[in-house]
Ligand binder design. Structure first.
Ligand SMILES: [Zn+2]
Ligand SMILES: [Zn+2]
Length: 186
């Protein structure tokens, strides 16, 4: 019974992160009202430069603050062990998100999920920045009506990811030619 409680708390933490991932990206990253905030500025730079990511030290400071602050209400509401398990689930999945997002930009996707995650994210980058805000899951895009199923994704040549570009031809690698093209988006 105790173990089930802990597993449910971890799952709730993971689910909470996926909602935060969506909300932070959609509103802090793309709403004009938040464009001048530190997150808004970093996120716009990520879109403009393609291979730019906010410094890890900034992320670690924010993560440490969230870790401490979130533990207080979580343990008060759910009890010490489930509260810590909830925050651990949330923070660990935040780490998964950071890893996955970076890999999407730096490496070709492995398996159906890896390929889906890239197409979902690069549709957001290069086709319509008002859609596909989720990075690890389409769940909240579906819930909030911002999900779009990617078709062919046109990637501007100067923002093309190294894993997508064939240096021999200067075009997208043959393995991705059915789903990605070089060209001006929209
Ligand atoms: Zn974005
Ligand atoms: Zn990105």
């Amino acid at each position: 019974m105790r173990a089930l409680q802990i597993i449910a708390a971890i799952a709730a933490g993971v689910l909470t992160w996926t909602l935060l991932e969506y909300m932070i990206h959609r509103w802090m990253g793309h709403d004009r009202r938040f464009r001048r905030t530190p997150f808004g500025v970093e996120h716009i730079r990520h879109h403009i430069e393609g291979n730019y990511f906010a410094p890890t030290w900034k992320k670690l400071i924010i993560a440490a603050v969230v870790l401490v602050v979130a533990c207080i209400p979580a343990t008060a509401i759910a009890g010490t062990a489930p509260g810590i398990a909830y925050v651990a689930g949330l923070m660990c999945f935040y780490g998964v998100y950071e890893w996955l997002h970076r890999r999407e930009h730096t490496h070709a996707g492995i398996g159906p999920y890896g390929r889906w995650a890239r197409r979902h994210h690069f549709h957001h980058h290069f086709v319509d920045g008002r859609t596909n805000h989720g990075v690890t899951t389409p769940l909240w895009d579906l819930a909030f009506g911002t999900y779009q199923k990617p078709t062919t994704i046109k990637v501007p040549p100067k923002l093309c990811m190294a894993w997508l570009l064939d240096p021999a031809t200067g075009d997208v690698r043959a393995a991705h030619a059915a789903t990605y093209q070089l060209g001006k988006s929209r």
